[in-house]
Design a protein around this ligand. Structure first.
Ligand SMILES: [Ca+2]
Ligand SMILES: [Ca+2]
Ligand SMILES: [Ca+2]
Length: 438
């Protein structure tokens, strides 16, 4: 009955939408996290910890299929995010058996993975994803520098310029190596750089020859981060280094898309906040807001618009709104480690948000890969704003049975179904900026 009645008046909504086109506003943010599916890879008990999982990343095939890529105990796993089919686990080194840390990113249709372990396929592993969904091709593994070193704790790829930056394990004089990916199937060492003052480089972000470096801490346990101009691969130049009072081990760093803001975390000791830095002027850097969630150890941070996805160990994944630069607010959380929220190095290692479908991949140290969905209430096209387009999609779902409208975000009145009442609430949200009631 409701369906038939509203079907007749649907044109009225269209007229209203046309009249109000341009009113692209978002109400008070109401975000939702929910589980799409999860899968557990083999794990190992090491000391008091359950280990096996590490970093995760994502890749979207030309046909739109989304794949999660995760460092697991046995190597690098590639998983169809929709169906959860494990397409491959490319074997990786496993010696000595301990935490099986692996770090992975993508470039073109390749995945590049590093670890500190030795053994099978040790080194910088290159994995060709272009033959998915049929198969995954292992191209080979390569040394990370000229002297035949195969280990690296982290990798960052400058996808704009085609260079991989690998952080060598061991706090050496020039601890970051640069490899050219001009031939993506044969990385070639082209240079190295880094502080010679004792900092133990941890993680990096590289784009357009600018590299942001989380420098861990120096011999006196003073943490820092830095920015480098790597246009000259043989002799990169330090642009600036930032020390700050009370800094712990500076673990990761990632700028916002516009490069005006930088996020950093400190992994050691527990209790150190995620920090937002104003880097619009690299000669006048300013620290602004700070954030810390339950469990007290933010790990990796990936901004997407004004939201930052934080892998937060035992707290799971948290999402922080940084639109108010001085007051950072946690707006959503999915706890991938329900047992507790203690300040231990357990739980979520990384959370990858850069998909176009609202998927977020979260990898746990204990081997779990969570494929989560994340959305703003009412935002059916997952573009993080509420507009007329979302109303059209909701109308199609509610009255035509067309499209994909997860109830977690489409059900505006939280009554478990999709009806005209939800359309009314969405209209109010889009055009009057009224928050949803639940
Ligand atoms: Ca927890
Ligand atoms: Ca939208
Ligand atoms: Ca409803």
């Amino acid at each position: 009955m409701i369906k038939r009645t509203l079907g007749k008046i649907a044109p009225l909504f269209s007229i209203l939408i046309l009249i109000l086109t341009g009113a692209e506003t978002a109400p008070a943010a109401q975000y939702r996290f929910w589980l799409h599916d999860k899968i557990r890879f083999p794990y190992t008990i090491y000391g008091s910890d359950t280990t096996g999982g590490s970093d995760c990343w994502g890749w979207t095939a030309p046909d739109g299929t989304e794949y999660a890529i995760m460092g697991v105990r046995d190597g690098i796993a590639i998983v169809n995010a929709q169906t959860m089919e494990v397409k491959a686990v490319v074997p990786g080194p496993q010696t000595p058996a301990s935490y099986y840390w692996r770090d992975v990113e993508t470039y073109q249709h390749y995945a590049y993975a590093v670890s500190e372990l030795s053994g099978t396929n040790q080194g910088l592993s290159v994995i060709d994803l272009q033959y998915l969904p049929d198969s995954v091709h292992f191209v080979g593994s390569f040394p990370t520098n000229l002297s035949g070193n195969y280990t690296a704790h982290t990798i960052a790829i400058d996808t704009a310029k085609g260079f991989a930056y690998c952080e060598r394990n061991g706090g050496l004089g020039q601890p970051i190596v640069i490899l050219s990916l001009a031939n993506p199937e044969a990385p070639v060492f082209v240079g190295s750089f880094g502080p010679s003052t004792g900092q133990s480089i941890h993680d990096m972000y590289a784009r357009n020859d600018t590299v942001f470096v989380a420098e861990g801490w120096d011999a006196s346990s003073v943490g820092s981060w830095s920015v480098w101009d790597c246009a000259n691969k043989v002799s990169p130049a330090l642009i600036t280094r930032v020390f700050f009072p009370g800094a712990g081990y500076v673990h990761s760093t990632w700028p916002t898309e516009d490069r005006n803001w930088l996020l950093t975390t400190e992994e050691i000791p527990a209790g150190k906040t995620m920090k937002l830095w104003d880097i619009a002027d690299l000669g006048n850097i300013d620290m602004r807001g700070q954030y810390i969630g339950a469990a007290q150890i933010p790990h990796n941070v990936y901004p997407k618009g004004n939201l930052v996805f934080v892998s937060h160990y035992e707290a799971g994944v948290t999402v922080v709104d940084i639109s108010n630069r001085d007051t950072l607010v946690e707006v959503a959380r999915y706890d991938t480690y329900p047992a507790s929220d203690l300040p231990n190095y357990r739980g979520c290692w990384s959370a990858y948000p850069y998909t176009s479908t609202g998927f977020v991949y979260a990898s746990n140290l204990d081997g779990w890969l969570f494929v989560l969905r994340f959305g703003l209430r009412g935002d059916l096209n997952f573009d993080m704003t509420l507009t007329a387009a979302d109303i059209v999609l909701t109308l199609n779902c509610a009255f035509q049975g067309i499209g994909d409208c997860p109830l977690e975000i489409a059900d505006g009145n939280c009554d478990g179904g999709l009806s005209g009442a939800d359309i009314v609430l969405l209209l109010k949200a889009v055009f009057l900026e009224e928050p949803f009631p639940c």
